[in-house]
Design a protein around this ligand. Structure first.
Ligand SMILES: NC(=O)c1ccc[n+]([C@@H]2O[C@H](COP(=O)([O-])OP(=O)(O)OC[C@H]3O[C@@H](n4cnc5c(N)ncnc54)[C@H](O)[C@@H]3O)[C@@H](O)[C@H]2O)c1
Length: 376
C-alpha cells in the first residue's frame, strides 16, 4: 500500500472521529493507499500534545499554516469551527494539498463559492464530511430510491432535534460552544444540524427549488467566552422550513436544540407512489420500509436490520446480524475518498456538491428574515 500522510487541524470531537477513521480504514478495506497520522494541529498546545500521544501522531503543530509548508503532508483535514474552513481550505488548495473539510462547507454560500473556485483551480481532490450518507441504512435508502422501488416521490420529512442549549447559563464561544457564537458558526441549527438533513435530502431526492422558513432565538443574550461580557445571541436556536424539490415533491424540515429529551434525533421519512422509507439516527442500523405491493394480509412496515453482507459496506465488517455504529460512517467516508484517489475520480460530496447545501441554508435564513418564499 502507498502511504498517504494526513494532517488534521482541530482536535475536538471531529478530530477524534477523523483520526479514528484514518487509523482503522486499512484494517477493514482493501485499498491502494494507507493513511499515516503524520501531524495534528490545535491552537491549544497542551490539548494537541495529549491528542498526539493518545492517537499516535508523529508530530504536533499549533499554527495550521506550518502544516501547509510541509512537504511530508498529502491531505489537510479541517476539523475546526466553521469560521476557519474557508481560510484554511483556500490556503491548502494553493499549497497543492488534498482537502477533507468538515461540514458545513463555509459560513455562507458566497464564501463557499470561493472555496470551490480554489480547489477547482488547484485541481486538488476534495471532500466535505457529510458522513450520514455513509451509514449503511442511509446508503441502502439511496440504492432503493435509485432502483425506482419507491416510484414517484411525493413527500420528504426530516428532523434533527437536540436539547443541550436550553440552559440560560450556557455561555457562547470556545470549544464546542462556538456553535452558539455566530461569528464562529455562521448560523445556529440551520448550518449545524439542518445542513446534514439538506445534504441527505438532495442526495436522496434531488435538488431543492424553493423554501419558506421560520427561525427563533429563544435565549436572547449569553455570556461570551471570548469577551467575558453578556452579548446578544445571533444564531437560530430553532428552524423549521417547507421546501419544494425539483421533482415535484414537498418537504418539511425541522431542527432545534430545545427539544427536551432528544439528544441527536436525526430522522427522515420519504413517501413514494409504491413504498415509504424511514430512518432514525438513534437506531441507525435499521431502515423502516413499507411496500404497498406486498400481499395485503401481511402488508405493513418492516424493520430491516442492515447488517447483511449484501448491505452497503457491511461485507467489510463482522458477520450478518452484528451491527456497526456512528464512527463507521467516517471510516466509510475515508475508504470511499481513498478509493476515489486510486481511480482519480471525485468522491461526493465534493466542495461543489456541498455548495448546493450551503445555498439552501442561505435561502432558509433569508426566508426566515423576509417571511417570503426564496428560490435556490
Ligand atoms: N460531520 C459531523 O457529523 C459533525 C459533527 C460535529 C461537528 N462537525 C463539524 O466539525 C467542525 C469542528 O466541530 P467539533 O465539534 O469538532 O468542534 P470542537 O469544538 O470539539 O473542536 C474544535 C477544535 O478546533 C480547535 N481550533 C479552533 N481554532 C483553531 C485554530 N485556529 N487552529 C487550530 N485549531 C483550532 C479547537 O481548539 C478545538 O480543539 C465544525 O465545522 C462542525 O460543524 C461535524
Amino acid at each position: 500500500m502507498k502511504k498517504l500522510n494526513i494532517a488534521i487541524i482541530g482536535c475536538g470531537f471531529m478530530g477524534r472521529t477523523h483520526s479514528n477513521a484514518y487509523r482503522r480504514v486499512s484494517n477493514f478495506f482493501d485499498l491502494e493507499y494507507k493513511p499515516v497520522l503524520k501531524a495534528i494541529c490545535d491552537r491549544n498546545e497542551e490539548k494537541a500534545k495529549g491528542f498526539a500521544n493518545q492517537w499516535d501522531y508523529e508530530s504536533v503543530e499549533t499554527d495550521w499554516k506550518k502544516m501547509l509548508e510541509r512537504d511530508d503532508i498529502d491531505i489537510i483535514d479541517i476539523c475546526t469551527p466553521n469560521n476557519l474552513h474557508a481560510e484554511i481550505a483556500i490556503a491548502a488548495a494553493e499549497a497543492g494539498k488534498m482537502i477533507v473539510c468538515e461540514k458545513p462547507l463555509a459560513m455562507n454560500a458566497a464564501q463557499g463559492q470561493t472555496m470551490v473556485d480554489a480547489v477547482e483551480k488547484a485541481g486538488v481532490a476534495n471532500l466535505v464530511s457529510y458522513n450520514y450518507r455513509r451509514i449503511p441504512a442511509v446508503t441502502l435508502a439511496k440504492n432503493l430510491i435509485d432502483q425506482g422501488k419507491l416510484g414517484k416521490i411525493y413527500h420528504y420529512r426530516a428532523n434533527f432535534l437536540q436539547d443541550w442549549t436550553i440552559s440560560t447559563d450556557l455561555p457562547q464561544g470556545g470549544d464546542g460552544l462556538w456553535r452558539l457564537d455566530v461569528k464562529e458558526s455562521g448560523s445556529g441549527v440551520t448550518g449545524d444540524l439542518l445542513a446534514h438533513c439538506i445534504d441527505t435530502a438532495i442526495w436522496l431526492n434531488g435538488p431543492i427549488k424553493e423554501v419558506t422558513a421560520m427561525t427563533e432565538t429563544f435565549v436572547k443574550e449569553r455570556q461570551s467566552v471570548t469577551s467575558g461580557k453578556v452579548e446578544p445571541v445571533k444564531i437560530d436556536d430553532a428552524c423549521a422550513f417547507l421546501a419544494r424539490f425539483a421533482n415535484g415533491s414537498l418537504a418539511v424540515f425541522e431542527s432545534t436544540r430545545y427539544a427536551r429529551g432528544h439528544k441527536a434525533l436525526y430522522t427522515f421519512e420519504i413517501n413514494g407512489e409504491h413504498a415509504s422509507i424511514a430512518w432514525d439516527l438513534h437506531d441507525l442500523h435499521r431502515l423502516s420500509w413499507f411496500d404497498h405491493r406486498d400481499e395485503g394480509i401481511t402488508r405493513g412496515w418492516r424493520s430491516i436490520h442492515v447488517t447483511d453482507g449484501e448491505h452497503p459496506y457491511m461485507d467489510k465488517w463482522w458477520v450478518p446480524g452484528l451491527q456497526i455504529g456512528y464512527e463507521h460512517s467516517f471510516v466509510h467516508q475515508v475508504a470511499d475518498f481513498l478509493e476515489g484517489l486510486a481511480k482519480s475520480t471525485p468522491v461526493s460530496p465534493t466542495f461543489r456538491d456541498a455548495l448546493e447545501t450551503q445555498k439552501v441554508c442561505d435561502a432558509v435564513l433569508d426566508s426566515a428574515k423576509s417571511g417570503q418564499w426564496v428560490k435556490i
